[in-house]
Design a protein around this ligand. Structure first.
Ligand SMILES: *Cc1c(COP(=O)(O)O)cnc(C)c1O
Length: 405
């Protein structure tokens, strides 16, 4: 017999560096969430686990501000939450108006097309919010559109769109509204019921500061009707809502095995949602805004310009132009190597031109803002663009010293 195949020598347990995460996600996990992740596993049909899942559904209804019965966490990253919405709600031949003002709107178009739908694309420039006027025109030109899909918080640019208005336009024409809130949930208001949204997906690793790999979702009664009225089977077995729900919310509590739930990740999600409830949604939104204001004040002294106009800016995702003559990737490399600080690069047309500073969830803290300003001033000064570190920190300090409104 031949010797078994073996890996190359020298591989051992992996030392994980300690980083501060101020990019587009994942965000820093609070110690309580890390601890929850480390519990010994229990069975995914254990009565104590089932009780915890019921609490996750209640806590997610709070996070999404909805009474939708169909609210749970899909096993998979935000992208699986996205696909779950589209694979269940789009049937071959359906026309869907999709708004694209960055990376993630482009992925929605892909989803519609791969599931046999026709995407009517409403384009806005990267860095702009979705223009409701264009959506109204698209709805008027395509009265047969079955749904309108858009990204509430475009992580690739830091722009926030007016979800209430866009959903109102869709609903007035009888179209479903599908909304990406991966970066907004827990960071800025997501008001599923007040908006009248039909399908919303999010992610665990952005403003919820949980481990990556879970996608909170919520579906309205109208969306459930649409799924039930499908002519054909949902083309994905794993994401078929009808099948998943026999595990997540079987009538009479008679849960049946669908797939093995990621039990430890769900421990962590439960803990992060308890933290959100204890802090209070409004306080969480205010905290993101406060640290954004402080970071912005510091950035202004460093001469950095935001990509997005002030009234459409996401507090949790700060995209700024790279100053002329600066090595974009070199700065990120030094921030990581000298300060253990991770920030994000630009994507698509913004690649090489912007940096993206996340202030998501547990990463939205004063010590992170101060570290970021100190580190950035240091690195830029080292590259020959003298920056006043003290002035940057003093500007942030003056925001923190403001009386609480
Ligand atoms: C991060 C992100 C996603 C994808 O989430 P993954 O967990 O990376 O799959 C989708 N939409 C937006 C707006 C995001 O920021």
């Amino acid at each position: 017999m031949n010797a078994p195949l073996v890996p190359p020598p020298g591989i051992a347990s992996c030392p994980v560096p300690r980083r501060i995460l101020m990019g587009p996600g994942p965000s820093d996990m609070p110690p309580r969430v890390v601890a929850a992740l480390g519990h010994p596993a229990i069975g995914h049909l254990d009565p104590d686990f089932v009780r915890m899942m019921e609490e996750i559904k209640l806590l997610l209804r709070y996070a999404f501000q909805t009474n939708n019965a169909l609210t749970f966490a899909v096993s998979g990253p935000g992208s699986v939450g996205m696909e779950t919405c589209f694979v269940n709600l789009v049937e071959p031949g359906d026309k869907v108006i999709v708004c694209r003002n960055g990376v993630f709107g482009g992925r929605m178009i892909e989803n519609v097309q791969r599931f046999g739908g026709t995407a009517v694309i409403v384009e806005d420039a990267w860095g702009e919010p979705v223009d409701p006027q264009k959506v109204a025109e698209a709805l008027a030109a395509h009265p047969d559109a079955r749904a309108v899909a858009f990204v509430h918080a475009e992580t690739s640019t830091g722009a926030q769109s007016d979800a209430a208005t866009l959903i109102g336009l869709a609903r007035a024409k009888g179209a479903l509204a599908i909304v990406d809130t991966v970066t907004s949930l827990g960071g800025t208001p997501v008001l599923a019921d007040a908006w009248g949204a039909d399908a919303i997906y999010s992610g665990s690793q952005k403003c919820l500061s949980c481990v990556p790999g879970l996608a909170p979702v919520t579906f309205s009664a109208r969306a459930v009707e649409r799924v039930k009225a499908r002519k054909g089977k949902v083309p994905s077995w794993f994401m078929d809502l009808g099948l998943v729900l026999e595990y997540w919310s079987a009538p009479g509590g008679k849960r049946t095995y669908h797939h093995t739930a990621p039990v430890n990740s769900l421990f962590a999600l439960h803990e992060s949602l308890v933290m959100l409830k204890d802090e209070g949604l409004e306080n969480a939104w205010a905290r993101h805004r406060l640290h954004h204001e402080a970071l912005k004040a510091g950035f202004e002294t460093l001469g950095l310009q935001f990509v997005v106009r002030e009234d459409a800016r996401l507090p949790q995702l700060n995209a700024v132009h790279v100053p002329a003559g600066i090595d974009e990737a070199g700065v990120r490399k030094q921030l990581l190597e000298k300060f253990n600080l991770e920030i994000g690069a630009g994507l698509g047309p913004l690649a090489g031109k912007v940096w993206r500073f996340g202030l998501m969830g547990y990463s939205a803290r004063r010590e992170n803002v101060e570290l970021c300003l100190r580190a950035l001033a240091d690195v830029l000064s080292g590259m020959g663009q003298a920056k006043d570190q003290r002035a940057a920190l003093a500007a942030a300090e003056s925001v923190y010293a403001r009386p609480v409104r």
